[in-house]
Design a protein around this ligand. Structure first.
Ligand code: SAH
Length: 338
């Protein structure tokens, strides 16, 4: 049995067509699930009984579970228990422009970034599309408000779980699904080049963010093992192809690690690398975790780095810090729950 929440509308259309039925039934199913919050298939009353009986044999509508919620002033952190007992987390953030949720894409992660808590747990498995979508559904239900935007920046490397991420995006973007606009969805990758190219071809209008974190191979090799496979020039070339094909601006994420990648020389290298590209740099204050020896850059170093980029004509913002006080930062809740 497959979980119904992992089906895009197109997948359901195929299901009904294969059965000799009209494809608009897929829309009706979406309306039951996402408009009426009706999860009992036998109650989909505008669909024939015999079809419902078949559907009940083919699908479940089971939910993952909220195991724990930590509440801060402008942030809530959710720990979920999956149906096989694995645990993942998601974060709800209140911005002035609305509510955003950061979802996980895998149980654990194999990318091994040295500064990242999530990577301390090796990948156990990919999340299914329904497990990603239900993080949002359950949070919406918990707060009884609509989510405005979604970032795939929780535990896991989304492009290492590409097919399920694409299904997930189609489900939440569908106007009969959660109806979250493509421009309000951001996928963040550490730089898996073949998938960046595949993603370019989809023409989804979704935002792409690259976790670059260093402008030279010398520095990036030290903190991100993925750089030994796709180095700085290779990944930047892929981003240029993406921009050329989609005409969309890309976010470059840059986590500020004290004395590792945060000098003005580093800023100048970064400006040189990104010159003329349709990108903006998001400087991320590092969330320190007790298991990892990296420390955060102080305000002064962040400001100097920022100024240097600005002077060189690079668009840049400093990301607001959320949830440090409730251990909401980057994989910390999950890793302390064992
Ligand atoms: N694997 C994807 C998405 C998950 S990580 C990626 O690499 O982009 C989301 C972002 O948080 C990445 O930019 C990651 O490098 C960053 N990050 C990880 N640990 C962090 C920490 N302790 N403090 C601040 N940012 C962190």
């Amino acid at each position: 049995m497959k979980n119904l929440f992992g089906f895009t509308k197109e997948m359901l259309e195929e299901y009904f067509i294969d059965m000799g039925e009209k494809k608009y039934k897929a829309t009706q199913v979406f309306e039951w699930l996402y408009r009426h919050n009706e999860y009992d298939i036998s109650k989909f009353s505008n669909i024939k009984k015999e079809i419902l009986i078949k559907m009940q044999n083919d699908f479940t509508t089971e939910f993952i579970n909220i195991e724990k919620v930590l509440e801060g002033s402008d942030v809530k952190k959710f720990l979920f228990r999956l149906l096989d007992g694995e645990k993942i987390e998601a974060v709800l953030m209140e911005h002035n422009y609305g509510l955003s949720v950061c979802v996980s894409s895998q149980v654990g992660c194999n990318m091994g970034c040295k500064f990242c808590e999530s990577g301390r747990l090796k990948k156990v498995r990919n999340l299914e599309a329904y497990e990603i979508a239900q993080q949002i559904l359950l949070i919406q239900k918990y707060i009884n408000k609509r989510i405005d935007s979604v970032v795939v920046m929780g535990i896991g490397e989304p492009f290492d779980n590409y097919d399920n991420i694409i299904k997930f995006i189609k489900i939440i973007n569908d106007s009969y699904g959660l109806a979250i606009g493509a421009r309000h969805i951001t996928v963040s990758t550490c730089g898996l080049v073949p998938k960046i190219d595949e993603f370019s071809d989809l023409n989804l209008q979704v935002n792409l963010a690259l976790s670059l974190h260093a402008a030279t191979d010398e520095v990036r090799n030290k903190i991100m093992p993925v750089n030994k496979v796709y180095n700085v020039d290779t990944v930047i070339a892929a981003i240029k192809r993406y921009i050329a094909k989609t005409n969309r601006r890309v976010t470059i994420e840059y986590v500020m690690l004290n004395m590792v990648n945060d000098s003005t020389e580093d800023a100048q290298e970064l400006a040189k690398l990104l010159k003329g590209m349709n990108v903006y740099v998001n400087l991320i204050p590092y969330n320190e975790t007790k298991n990892i020896e990296f420390s955060k850059s102080n305000k002064d170093r962040i400001n100097k780095f920022y100024d240097s980029l600005m002077k060189n004509g690079i668009n840049v913002t400093v990301r607001r810090e959320f949830g440090g006080n409730i251990k909401a930062a980057c994989g910390q809740l999950r890793s302390e729950s064992d």
